[in-house]
Design a protein around this ligand. Structure first.
Ligand SMILES: *Cc1c(COP(=O)(O)O)cnc(C)c1O
Length: 377
């Protein structure tokens, strides 16, 4: 075997189906930005459709166009447009192919309207994340302008939405505040004459933990891939992590007591032991913050990483055993066979599981991505 990212499409289908059931009568928008959180955007979107996702959500216009080119002809929302998208015709192509594009400003709204016939436009209001979306002070003007375009049949205003800052902390007061601001923004839009098809506010954590925020659609990224969006808060929904990262052992050998392992000798053997060389490193997505912190599994037994994570390699402690080169090593996976999960790695590295899976996908030049279908294989 070679180092690989194994993606179980049946797990994505199962997770999406589970979420569809959970949030009904709201619909599910499966978010596949950043190459499907590292799982492969087109394949993840296809699996999500198979699980009942009415919508697919992406960040960028090129992502939306790639989905259309791959044959996805369902509802797609894109929320990040750039001046370059206006200039190079990408926005026009998105509009022409019936992608819902999001406007944060009157300027971009007008550019969307100018880019094609009767575009599908969603409006985003910033209720407190201070990232994308119209500032509250600018919201009435954006809603007003959108209503004018709609009345003149120049655009279809299909949705009004916002995004939480603290949905993974269900008791955080920002959730109530943002929700209240969203309600007020909806009232303003209604007074301007807008009647959008869909209102949406919830990401994975809110979709699960804050039912009153589900509205018409929930935008679910992380949970679709089977990972926990709010560790410590989420009930067990039976979601299945879809990504497993594996590599063959390249070498195992004995080291003496007192020997240091890896750069900087940050781990010293206090007894003679054996170590195994795993041929993946931070160049492949293993966080360097995992030095002396993460574990892998060999034959279902956890083995700790010793010393620093290198660019192409990590060293694990085999506790006195030797294993032949080629022995499969599971870096992380669903956790069903003793292996760590992406969440275990996230915790050990002081980050979130979003980053663990996404960075593997993003740096997969040396890792082959292999799709399996647990329902069929
Ligand atoms: C990434 C993203 C989501 C999905 O968030 P999850 O926590 O992964 O469910 C939803 N909405 C927006 C605007 C996003 O950027």
């Amino acid at each position: 075997m070679r180092p690989e990212i194994v993606v179980d499409l049946a797990a994505i289908r199962h997770n999406v189906r589970t979420l569809v059931g959970l949030v009904a009568p709201a619909s599910v928008m499966t978010v596949v930005k950043a190459d499907g959180y590292g799982h492969g955007m087109v394949e993840a979107a296809r699996a999500a459709r198979g699980g009942g996702a009415e919508w697919i959500g992406v960040a960028t216009v090129p992502e939306a166009l790639r989905l259309r080119d791959a044959g996805d002809d369902g509802r797609i929302l894109c929320w990040l447009t750039l001046p370059e998208d206006v200039e190079d015709g990408s926005l026009a192509r998105a509009v022409e192919s019936d992608v819902d594009v999001t406007a944060y400003t009157v300027e971009r709204l007008d550019q969307i309207v100018a880019s094609g016939a009767n575009p599908r436009v969603q409006l985003k209001v910033d209720t407190g994340l201070s990232r994308g979306g119209a500032a509250l002070a600018d919201w009435p003007a954006l809603a007003q302008r959108a209503a004018e375009h709609q009345q003149a049949a120049r655009a279809r205003i299909t949705g009004i939405w916002s995004h939480f800052s603290c949905s993974d902390e269900p008791d955080h007061p920002a959730n109530d505040l943002q929700h209240e601001r969203y309600r007020a923004a909806l009232r303003t839009a209604e007074e301007a004459g807008l009647r959008p098809d869909v209102r949406h506010l919830a990401n994975s954590a809110a979709a699960i933990l804050r039912p009153q925020s589900r509205y018409d659609v929930v935008r679910v990224g992380l949970a679709s891939y089977g990972l926990d969006p709010a560790p410590g808060h989420t009930p067990d929904l039976g979601l299945r992590p879809a990504m497993t990262v594996r590599a063959p052992l390249a070498l195992s050998k004995r080291i003496d007591r007192g020997e240091g392992v890896s750069y900087g000798r940050t781990w010293i053997a206090d007894d003679a032991t054996t170590v195994g060389l795993v041929p993946v490193g931070y160049g492949d997505g293993v966080p360097r913050h995992g030095s002396n912190a993460i574990e892998v599994a060999i034959d279902g037994v956890r083995r700790p990483v010793r010393g620093r994570v290198c660019m192409d390699q990590v060293v694990v402690d085999l506790g006195g055993e030797l294993a032949p080169a080629g022995t499969p090593v599971t870096l992380f996976g669903p956790g069903a066979h003793g292996e760590p999960t992406a969440q275990d790695w996230a915790q050990a590295c002081g980050t979130i599981s979003y980053e663990i899976v996404t960075r593997f996908g993003a740096s997969s030049a040396r890792l082959v991505r292999r799709y399996v279908d647990g329902d069929r294989d």
